[in-house]
Design a protein around this ligand. Sequence first.
Ligand code: CA
Length: 508
Amino acid sequence: MTGTRPLTIQIKEKDNVAVAVHDMPAGTVIENGVTARDPIPQAHKIALRDIPAGGEIIRYGVVLGYAKADIPAGSWISEHMLTLPESPSTENLEYGTNLVPMEDLPMPDRTAWMGYRNASGPAGTRNLLGIVTTVQCAAGVLKVAVERIRRELLPKYPNVDGVVAVTHPYGCGVAINAPLAPIPIRAITNVIRHPNFGGEIMVVGLGCEKLTYDRVLPPEDITPENVLTLQDWAGHDAMMNAILEMADRKLQKLNRRRREELPLSDLLIGMQCGGSDAFSGITANPSAGYAADLLVRGGGTVMFSEVTEVRDGVQLLAARCPDAHTRDRLAHEMKWYDDYLEAGGVDRDANPTPGNKKGGLANIVEKAMGSIAKSGTSPIVEVLSPAEKPTKHGLIYAATPASDIVCGPSQVASGIGLQVFMTGRGTPYGLDIAPVIKVCSRNEMKKHWFDMIDISAGDVAEGTKTIADVGTEIFHFILDVASGIREPYSDQYGFHNDMCIFNPAPIT
Ligand code: CA
């Protein structure tokens, strides 16, 4: 980065492209003396040198693709001008070659937060009654019941933050014994015990579904106190009363919970990005990565995910795995997803959206390099399948889909207490079980959605703040939201997405 208000940003010295900080007219002379031949839209790439047909186009020090035709220096490089390279092999990945020692991570200036302690596992960031359905058939009844619980019961219990109906499309009309069925079943099983639900189990079923209680609860928890079957009740009023009575008993217990001062080792958070642009990898994601490093250094646990958005950087992740077992788990999850996409007749480049491309991301390689930045620099201590719970503290890779609305629920099922969400283009996305903090990559985005985006990392591109500045700001915001001191915009407005759990198994 040159000067305080750069025109373009080049990431690595060997890069032969840079990204325009603002819309740039043709004729602009950029930092390296090259003149823009075309108007360069904000966040899009300009060629720093002549690139011959077939030549490598390099950003982040990696090959994004190969030029389809000669590209003179100063040209705008659109997504149509390059071909996609082969994705790196998942075989024989080198591991342990980039293990940043704990003492090299930045030291946080805050090592405690206020949370709801649980009997085991991470602490809660909110005190919620979570009512989980075993089947979508019960969703309509449950949504009406939850409205009544909020209106009629919740005011009696001031220490409870809210009531959540966990409804999802799974449960019946599914091949329940399919080899892939354990993935959605695990998500439902684990969300029942989300840290924000304080160990209070409330499960509502219909009575004839395939997802029976014994598939999501151990025998000792299948009791009249915890499970309620709609078909057992005679008509609307009896059914509603039964749900409200069960909820009332659970609320009484939850109301006794209090926040207490806890170490960062009791905090588990998730990182995700969506609606990315070419700035996401320069400003928002590296800043979030710095916050991740602070949390890990302080003993906390940070999860990142999104297989198709890291697939092209798998060798970078393997280098951060401390042992062969973790590397093998990583390779296995990548290979599983390659096969899953292939079975569906697509490959990883089905990922970038029209919005990503408008935001300057040419293809999935460019998107991946920016996406990985949100994991910071610490070693990857554990690799998980979708919706599995971590068993370690530190940086965790959970192999979920990259889709915002599926990654979120998957990380929630893994037990995250909140999610930090980086965006370039903007999305109102939010989750009702765990707060979502929105970080945007450009100041223009923050100006546009001034009352919907929590933090802008755009000053990093303007040269007025460093990644450490914004990263520290995100870190404090995380602890404030986790402690219940602050509410992100998505919670203030109640912008909450549905529980779109990942079901790769057949529906019958
Ligand atoms: Ca995403």
